[in-house]
Design a protein around this ligand. Sequence first.
Ligand code: NAP
Ligand code: GLV
Ligand code: GLV
Length: 321
Amino acid sequence: MAKVYATRRLPGNALERVREAGHDLEVWPGACPPPKPELLKAVPGAAGIVTTLEDPIDAEVMDAAGPSLRVIAQYAVGVNNIDLEAARARGIRVTHTPGVLTEATADLAFALLLAAARRVVEGQDRVRSGAWRCWGPELLLGPPVHGATLLVVGFGRIGQAVARRARGFGMRILYASRHPKPEAEAALGAVRVGLLDAALPEADFVSLHVPLTRETDRLFDRDRLARMKPGSVLVNTARGRVVDTEALLWALEEGPLFAAGLDVTDPEPLPADHPLARHPRAVVTPHIGSADRPTRRRMAEMVVGDLLAVLAGGEPRYPAV
Ligand code: NAP
Ligand code: GLV
Ligand code: GLV
C-alpha cells in the first residue's frame, strides 16, 4: 500500500481505482489547487502525486515528499509546471496526457480564431447592452477567415489538428517547427516556413501550439508581434508565457494586431480588471482547451492508469520525457 496525494478531484471515478488497488488516497478537496504550504504539508511520504497544471512541482515539493516519491502523474499534456530535471535526478517518473485532448483543444483554438475575427463577443455585448438598434452595412466588420493564411507555430498534435480544421475553411496553411513534418505537409498541404520572422508578415492568423520551454518563453515579444501582418489575429491556446502580455496589449492598441483569441494568459488567472480582460478585441477564455466531458474523463483514466502502473513497478504508457 502506498500513499497517493491528488491536488484536485477529477471527473468520473478514475481516482477510485487508486483506492481499489489498495493505496491510501488523499484528495485536496478545494475548488482551486492547494496553496504551496498546504502542498508541502500534504506530500511527505507520498509515492505518487496527481497534479494539475497550476501546481508548482519543484525540487522543494519533491524533497518534501521524500525518497518514497516514484511518480508525478499530471492531468494535462503540458508539464511546464514540473521541474523535469529535478524529477529525473531523483528517479521520479513524470507522466501526462498527450493525444487524448488534441481534438478538444483544436476545437477551442478554432472557436477563438472565429470569435476573434468575426467579433462574436463584441456582438453579444452589443445585444446584451441594448445597443443593437438596426442592421448595419458596416457594423462589426472584421477580416475574412475563409481563404486566409494561417501560420501554425508548433506543428505537433494540436497544431496539426487546427490545420485540419483550417482546411475546411479553405485556408492556406503555413507552419513553423524545429523539425520538418513531411507526412503532415502531404496530408494537409501545409508549407513549412524557414524563419518564423520571415513568415509573420504573410499570415492573417497565427495560432500558437508550442510547449512552454526556455526557448518558447515570450517567443512572441514586442519585436515579433511588430512583424505580424497589419489587421492579423493571434490565437494562443498553448501557454500564456509564450506571449509577452505587455507587448500583446501594445500590439492590439498601437501595433498590427486586429484581435487576439486567448485561452491562456500571463498572469493566469487573469484578474477581471486587467487591461487584457477588458480589451474589446481580446476574446479570453479561462484555460478550457481540453474541457469537453469525454476528454476530461479519459484524461483521468490515463493519469490513474500510469500512476498505478508505476506504483506496481511497471512502465508508464505516457511518460512526459
Ligand atoms: P506536441 O505534439 O508535442 O506539439 C508541440 C510541437 O511544438 C512539437 O511538434 C514541436 O515540434 C514544436 N516545438 C517545440 N518547441 C518549438 C520551438 N521552439 N519552435 C517551434 N516549434 C516548437 O504537443 P501538443 O499535444 O500539440 O500540445 C502543445 C501544447 O499545447 C502543450 O505543451 C500545452 O502547453 C498546450 N495545451 C494547452 C491546452 C489548453 O487547455 N489550452 C490543452 C492542451 C495542450 P519540433 O520538435 O519539430 O519543433
Ligand atoms: C492543458 O493546458 C494541457 O496542457 O493539457
Ligand atoms: C444578411 O443577412 C443577408 O441576407 O445578406
